[in-house]
Design a protein around this ligand. Structure first.
Ligand SMILES: Nc1nc2c(ncn2[C@@H]2O[C@H](COP(=O)(O)OP(=O)(O)O)[C@@H](O)[C@H]2O)c(=O)[nH]1
Ligand SMILES: [Mg+2]
Length: 257
């Protein structure tokens, strides 16, 4: 890693007008070279506020979804020359002041991907996570750990940092435009044997911080099961999935390492 890597924060935004200001104000600006916000066709003032704050703004002309939003975020961050890309949700759910902790393992070349985990510290339920989200998070995490052969504390966080190499290697375009994107990129990263580290972050739950209903979360859970099934088929060689294969020859099954 370079002496002073270029750190770019990306914010996938959808109706984040009420929380964008707070989120941006808490970012340790001396550590961040650029903040990119992608507005996914919000119906509120998100774009106007982003412009006022002087963020690098990209606007989808309609709502394409959370995954599509991240695709634009990473494309633009790479284009802008990022060495490290940190996703920070503009809904103020994850504490932006912890950015140095999230970036450090990549700067020190101890990791390629860093996840801010809400399940490493104090009880997430005491901090407001609904009990059914907590239980399904635990269950899916154990299942994903088993399939991926890892021992992470959660896969469902939206606070993530990636090295440039990761984002150049995974086949982002083959991923979903919806919320399952977050799990698909993890499966790709695991298949490429990238180094994943976790750092503890507190959980915050309030009206604007979370919109996923019980039904949406259940559908999400089922989509994860389907993803894991496809991953097992891929990994065992029964049915290779292009989605999980690296775009870079250095990584994955064909790599000479
Ligand atoms: N719901 C939704 N969120 C989006 C979309 N595009 C980007 N996002 C952002 O994705 C983040 C996660 O959504 P959220 O409802 O907070 O999910 P949760 O915190 O996991 O319950 C938020 O910061 C949104 O601003 C979209 O199309 N739909
Ligand atoms: Mg949220």
């Amino acid at each position: 890693m370079k002496e002073s890597p270029k750190v770019i924060v990306v914010m996938p935004a959808y109706n984040a007008a009420k929380t964008l200001h707070m989120t941006y104000a808490d970012l340790p600006r001396d550590m961040v070279d650029l903040v990119i916000l992608v507005d996914d066709g919000s119906s509120d003032e998100t774009a106007r506020i982003a412009r006022e704050l002087g963020l690098e703004l990209f606007v989808h002309h309609r709502n394409y979804g959370y995954g599509a939003n991240q695709k634009t975020c990473y494309r633009e961050a790479l284009k802008a020359g990022a060495d490290i890309v940190v996703m920070v949700h503009p809904d103020y759910q994850y504490d932006p002041t912890l950015l140095p902790d999230i970036v450090r393992p990549i700067r020190e070349d101890r990791a390629d991907v860093v996840l801010g985990s809400r399940l490493m510290g104090a009880s997430p339920m005491k901090q407001g996570m609904p009990w059914w989200k907590f239980i399904s998070n635990r269950f899916l995490t154990e299942l994903e750990n088993w399939v991926f052969g890892l021992s992470l504390s959660e896969y469902h966080t939206g606070y993530r940092a990636f090295s440039r190499q990761v984002l150049e290697s995974v086949n982002l375009q083959m991923n979903s435009d919806g919320f399952i994107f977050d799990q698909e990129i993890m499966a790709q990263i695991v298949d490429l044997r990238m180094r994943i580290t976790e750092v503890p972050v507190p959980t915050r739950y309030f009206a604007q911080a979370s919109s996923a209903s019980f039904t949406q979360s259940s559908v999400y859970g089922l989509k994860i099961l389907w993803l894991l099934a496809r991953y097992i088929l891929h990994r065992s060689g029964v049915a290779k999935q292009r989605q999980f294969e690296s775009l870079e020859r250095r990584y994955g099954a064909g790599a000479a390492r």
